[in-house]
Design a protein around this ligand. Structure first.
Ligand code: ADP
Length: 462
């Protein structure tokens, strides 16, 4: 039940309302009771003072004094709830109001003191009475005066006030719960529309966005976040789809080569030399296929972080030196001049074999996509916590529109595709390796002038 926003709101409201209104109800109830009883007490006090002053004036003639002046109104009516009695120091009732004497009743005799004391007792008619007891030193001796007034009417007033409060509060309570239901329904309407729209998006229409839905301002970030997530998912799906079709395309060429060699060769009887020749071609195609498959596996492992890097301290300049020595014959074979310049020892934490693979790939590309007599320069420098390794060439360059996709798997710039062999996986593997080292790769290029690839690796802080 508490899983719904509506129930949570109702329960919170219920708790808050109960606490606030019970407190308020109790306060008002006790306040009213205090006022009503206080008024009765004031009245009893003045009655007792009045009786005491009469007794003092009429020195000793108690019966006379009271029968003459005190017997008025409710004190003269039997069982009226208004009573008084005067008790002598030896505990005898020496005078009482006609409301008592007519029916020969008396109030319970309680001990008094010079300070007024208030009690609640049960009267002769079994109704609750408020009674004031006070003793006075008079010329005729110490007397205790007890005066009382019925509490019935006051209790009735308080009870009716309590019932009114309960009625008012429960009506407010019930109508507010209904109000909360309506308000939450209205507030959640936007969310319901939103979840309906979200439910309509599947992997088949990832290009769709949540638009034209009127949602409250609080839900706007959710819509924006969801749309941004859709864009990311759509990109990821597009890359996956492209990867699948590129991979099949890449593997289809050598497969068809093998198939056609087999078909043609099996057509008729061949000489041993012809069989050897065909097997040689097939072996080349298989090698290309297996090279591509290995690269695909490597790039997927690196991207899914499955590939374990054997990390250790790597001296970047000795690594670049060995790449230079390894690639020098290749460059010479292509008529390209290869140079290296470095800034002394620079240490990073990484996998030496994987990092070597990155720079071999970059230098290999720089030689492959160069012109006859061109140059390739490998250099390195330190800058704000990073070592920046640059491989620049004077080659054919990369068109502006291809630069953003150059690191995608199987991406090859069309112009170079026909002339130079390659699967378009080298740079994506290099980037995945650099990413796994918490570094980054950048590229700048101008068509016809050359390209510059930069690898930024975090320096070893130890
Ligand atoms: P490939 O195996 O095709 O070389 P890469 O991933 O290494 O695959 O490179 C992707 C594409 O980027 C290449 O096909 C090429 O068109 C372009 N490229 C890479 N390096 C250079 C470079 N130094 N100069 C010009 N083009 C380059």
């Amino acid at each position: 039940m508490l899983k719904s926003i509506r129930s949570k709101l109702v329960i919170w409201y219920l708790c808050l309302f109960s606490i606030v209104f019970s407190g308020l109800g109790l306060f008002l109830h006790y306040r009213l009771k205090g006022i009503v009883i206080g008024t009765i007490d004031d009245h009893l006090h003045s009655e007792v003072q009045f009786i005491a002053s009469l007794l003092e004036e009429e020195r000793g003639k108690i019966e006379f004094a009271l029968s003459d002046s005190g017997v008025v109104g409710d004190y003269a009516l039997p069982l009226s709830g208004h009573y008084y009695q005067v008790i002598s120091s030896d505990g005898r009732v020496i005078a009482r109001s006609p409301s008592l004497s007519i029916i020969d009743a008396s109030l319970p005799i309680l001990e008094g003191s010079s300070e007024p004391s208030y009690r609640v007792i049960t009267g002769p008619d079994k109704a609750p009475l408020r009674m004031l007891i006070q003793s006075f030193r008079l010329p005729q001796g110490v007397v205790t005066i007890q005066a009382s007034e019925s509490l019935e009417n006051s209790y009735r007033l308080i009870a009716s006030f309590r019932n009114t409060i309960l009625l008012v509060f429960s009506s407010i309570f019930i109508s507010s719960i209904a109000g909360i239901q309506i308000i939450t329904n209205l507030s959640l309407r936007g969310l319901n529309t939103l979840s309906r729209k979200v439910g309509q998006i599947t992997e088949k229409n990832l290009k769709k966005r949540i638009e034209g839905v009127k949602v409250d301002r609080e839900l706007q970030p959710l819509v924006e976040g969801f749309n941004a997530m859709l864009s990311r998912l759509n990109n990821a799906f597009t890359i996956q789809r492209r990867f699948l079709s590129d991979a099949s395309h890449e593997l289809r060429t050598p497969t068809s080569v093998i198939k056609s060699y087999c078909d043609v060769t099996l057509n008729k009887e061949r000489t041993q030399a012809q069989y050897q020749e065909v097997l040689h071609r097939i072996s080349e195609a298989v090698n290309r296929m297996s090279d591509t498959i290995n690269k695909i596996l490597e790039v997927s492992r690196l991207e899914s972080k499955e590939a374990l890097l054997r990390k250790g301290e790597v001296n970047i300049n000795s690594l670049l030196e060995s790449v230079y020595k390894l690639m020098l014959p290749v460059a010479e074979g292509k008529g390209v001049k290869l140079f290296i310049s470095d800034e002394g020892d620079v240490i990073v934490i990484g996998d030496i074999e994987r990092l070597t693979e990155v720079f071999i790939n970059l230098v290999d590309n720089a030689i492959k996509y160069n012109r006859d007599g061109g140059e390739v320069i490998i250099s390195s420098r330190k800058e704000s916590g990073f070592v920046i390794i640059t491989v620049s060439d004077t080659g054919i360059g990369i068109p502006e529109e291809d630069l953003s996709r150059i690191f995608d798997r199987f991406y090859r710039v069309d112009k170079s595709r026909g002339e130079v062999q390659g699967a378009g996986l080298g740079l994506s593997i290099a980037k995945a390796i650099v990413d796994a080292h918490k570094g980054r790769m950048e590229v700048k290029s101008r068509i016809g002038e050359g390209s510059e690839f930069r690898v930024l690796l975090p320096l070893f802080a130890g």
